[in-house]
Design a protein. Structure first.
Length: 229
């Protein structure tokens, strides 16, 4: 087993007290390791949710009574929509999704096999698949996670830490992006398979991002990633 790359571990990326799915991350180091577990976890958690706070509105779909779901939204289970979240007009949830407290899933946004922590915003024309989005992360209008490589090979996470390059095989054919807490992704950006963006980092609009962006940085383009001042 390779040495752990600390900067992309769950503890470095996420505040686990800001998600109903905290137990999903028990026993794993890297966030993409939870992707194959989301389906079964939702079924287990959903069965325990209190009836005074959540309605079971369809097969394996639990929606908080305080959440707002547009009548035009298409919801497929397994799915949990936590308290005070908002699912807007024509959103398409394909299943295996956890939408955190006060999060926004916007018009024509599509979700599939994802965990959105609390206060996440994917508010306009976003595709988010096989991804984990941390507390208060935000994807600008039209930005998407690309979750399958063009050659259909397994996703490898590539980056550097302490001046040394690393490449970690995920064993996954489908893996989108892992966004740490408070990440800002500019409009019409594409996050390529295996992208990881550290806490408090920003991505310029219309960017094509791949690999690991360190915490507290600004991605301007592939050769211009600078630390925040």
């Amino acid at each position: 087993m390779e040495n752990q790359v600390k900067s992309i571990t769950i503890n470095e990326l996420y505040s686990l007290d800001e998600t109903i799915a905290a137990k999903l991350f028990d026993g794993v180091n890297y966030p993409w390791e939870v992707l194959p577990k989301i389906h079964d976890f939702i079924l287990e958690l959903g069965a325990t949710l209190p009836a005074d706070k959540f309605d079971k509105i369809g097969e394996d779909i639990w929606v908080a009574k305080s959440a707002k779901v547009a009548p035009t939204a298409c919801l497929n289970g397994p799915l949990i929509v936590d308290e005070e979240a908002e699912v807007r007009h024509c959103a398409f949830v394909r299943g295996n999704a956890i939408v955190g407290k006060k999060s926004v899933v916007g018009n024509s946004t599509e979700l599939k096999n994802v965990v959105l922590f609390n206060n996440v915003q994917v508010p306009h024309y976003n595709y988010v698949g096989d991804s984990v989005l941390g507390f208060k992360s935000h994807m600008g209008a039209g930005s998407i996670t690309s979750n399958v490589k063009s050659d259909k090979t397994l996703v490898v996470v590539k980056g550097s830490e302490n001046g040394e390059s690393f490449a970690i095989e995920t064993g996954l054919k489908k893996m989108g992006a892992m966004l740490g807490d408070c990440v800002e992704v500019g409009c019409n950006s594409v996050l390529n398979p295996g992208t990881i963006i550290g806490k408090d980092s920003n991505v310029y609009p219309t960017s094509c991002v791949r690999g690991v962006i360190p915490a507290g940085h600004i991605f301007k383009d592939g050769s211009n990633v600078v630390a925040k001042q």
